[in-house]
Design a protein around this ligand. Structure first.
Ligand code: SF4
Length: 89
């Protein structure tokens, strides 16, 4: 999902997700658990050849995804500031 006001990019290192479901509990609008393998997915994201899921989000959706990233016990949720390509987490 790419919109004009996208400010951040979620990058989910899905192969290393342990399926704890913290992200889906904290930010269910963006994260859901897969029935196939028990890992989480970023709803509406695109998956690259490296298995990483990516999706752009706007400023207003930053905080709940930051909360999800900070709660992830294996640090596989990253947020990148678009523009200067700075990794926030
Ligand atoms: S919080 Fe991290 S490990 Fe847990 S389901 Fe979400 S991405 Fe996977």
């Amino acid at each position: 999902m790419i919109s004009q006001d996208s400010k951040y990019r979620i990058r989910h290192d899905r192969p290393n997700c342990i399926g704890c479901s913290a992200c889906a509990s904290i930010a269910p609008k963006f994260w859901e658990m897969s029935d196939l393998d028990g890992k989480s997915d970023v709803i509406g994201s695109k998956m690259g050849e490296d298995g990483l899921e990516e999706m752009e989000i706007s400023e207003e959706d930053f905080q709940c995804n930051l909360d999800a990233a900070e709660a992830c016990p294996v640090n596989v949720i990253h947020l990148i500031q678009i523009g200067d390509n700075k990794q926030i987490i």
